[in-house]
Write a protein that binds this ligand. Structure first.
Ligand code: GDP
Ligand code: MG
Length: 426
């Protein structure tokens, strides 16, 4: 059984939290795209963890975690993440962590490139892309230029080091053009030696492993890095990630293009949040934004940046559900809306007086205005609710309304960040 867990919105929907919960029924959890631009928060009996690169199944001893070929891996960051989890008592070994030999290595110069370009954009246009500055766009660009290094190359460093000089020369042409100091081959060798060597026992052909696991009848989950609206093709380009956040991509990014998904679970937030730049039609400003941001603790897990917030956006969410081919939804952070007597929903957009129901192309989206509608709130604490009948009538009505507007069943409702704070609806 192959299941994908993907974000319906702009990211930070609570994917890590839901993967941690649902992985109880899974044998394998696999990240298939992106890198340490992701920030997945998990709170359970073992503590509070923020995972950037490691699959969120790493916190369950019974789960084998796979980092697929579609990923870009900052090996320094990964070594740090593993060390931090070990300090927290989490066991990590080649038994429960397998890194694809085909996954790409994010290089220090990719991080530098990201920073140089965001700073240039800020100066030149005042409109940076809102990157996490962790080198993700440059390293994916290198991958498609066929000038990136892959994890499997760490197993034969004599060949790898021979490739270095030409690639470093090529990269320095760019770095110098920005007016920065060039990098050296020696620095890159040191990077591989320091942060690559400790990882070599984990590197394997994860496609073979996943196919065997599938044949043996194991349950495999694919964990997305960001939400649908950050997808490189279907999202709000250029304010997106540089990778695919889409469920249909999961088998490819995981290294098993021969396998088909059985189930797609979409993680959808009960309101909207968006970290970084780009059109965000339903955005709240001023006091409205302040109240919702505080209630939801909306500060980026990867970067600490205050997130932009707004009410639930029907147009964007319906599009996200379509992109993810979601069979069912986990609605998260419903408890955050508890302090409202009335809850707003962005029901559709307006463009020059015309009603817009289908999520438009980025340029058009920029010109759209939100139309808000009010529904009755429950205005009481729901964080202790564990069964549908525990939820107040207005909360149940809100859930039913979102199901109707988005045409998708809501199977789970999360009412808190802790593992057990959820309601299974059917
Ligand atoms: P991800 O990137 O999709 O994994 O989400 P993040 O971890 O970046 O952001 C989600 C935030 O909301 C984290 O701080 C979680 O601990 C928290 N969270 C997740 N689910 C819930 C929920 O149902 N209620 C509340 N109050 N917080 C939640
Ligand atoms: Mg996040």
């Amino acid at each position: 059984m192959l299941t994908s867990i993907c974000g319906i919105n702009w990211g930070d929907e609570g994917k890590g939290r839901m993967v941690d919960l649902l992985s109880e029924k899974f044998d394998v959890v696999c990240r298939y795209q992106g890198g340490n631009n992701a920030g997945h928060t998990v709170i359970n009996e073992r503590g509070r963890f923020i995972l950037n690169l490691l699959p969120s199944g790493i916190l369950r001893e019974s789960v084998v975690n796979v980092m697929g070929p579609g990923m870009v891996i900052d090996i320094k960051h990964l070594c740090g993440e593993i060390a931090k989890l070990r300090e927290g008592g989490i066991k990590i070994s080649p038994e429960n962590l397998k890194i694809s030999d085909k996954a790409i290595i994010t290089m220090p110069y990719n991080v530098l490139q990201d920073i140089m370009e965001e700073d240039r954009l800020t100066k030149a246009t005042g409109k940076p892309y809102g990157s996490t500055r962790r080198g993700i766009a440059p390293v994916y660009a290198d991958k498609y230029m066929k000038k990136a290094f892959r994890m499997g190359e760490l197993l034969n460093t004599d060949i790898l080091y021979k490739r270095l000089k030409d690639i470093v020369d090529w990269k320095n042409m760019t770095i110098k053009a920005y007016g920065f100091n060039p990098v050296t081959v020696e620095e890159m060798i040191e990077y591989f030696e320091t942060y690559g060597k400790p990882l070599i026992d984990y590197i394997t052909d994860t496609g073979i492993y996943l196919n065997q696991a599938d044949k043996a009848g194991k349950n495999i989950m694919f964990e997305a890095q960001l939400g649908a609206l950050r997808d490189i093709d279907f999202g709000i380009v250029p304010y997106t990630s540089s990778s695919s956040t889409i469920a249909a991509y999961a088998p490819i990014g995981a290294g098993v293009p021969n396998l088909k998904l059985d189930n797609s679970i979409g993680i959808m937030k009960a309101y909207s949040s968006c970290v970084g730049a780009g059109p965000f039609t339903c955005e709240y400003f001023g006091e409205n934004a302040e109240k919702l941001r505080e209630a939801g603790g909306e500060y980026g897990a990867a970067t600490g940046r205050p997130r932009r917030v707004g009410p639930f956006d029907v147009v964007a969410s319906r599009y996200g559900i379509r992109c993810q081919g979601a069979d069912e939804i986990a609605l998260t952070k419903l408890d955050v809306l508890s302090g409202y007597k009335e809850i707003e929903i962005c029901i559709h957009y307006l463009l020059n007086g015309k009603r817009i129901d289908e999520f438009p192309f980025t340029d058009v989206l920029d010109m759209c205005k939100p139309v808000f509608e009010k529904v009755k709130g429950w205005n009481c604490d729901i964080s202790k609710c564990r069964k549908p009948q525990d939820l107040p009538k207005e909360a149940l009505e809100y859930i039913k309304l979102l199901e109707k507007l988005c045409d998708c069943k809501i199977k789970y409702v999360s009412v808190g960040a802790e593992r057990d704070a959820y309601v299974e609806m059917f």
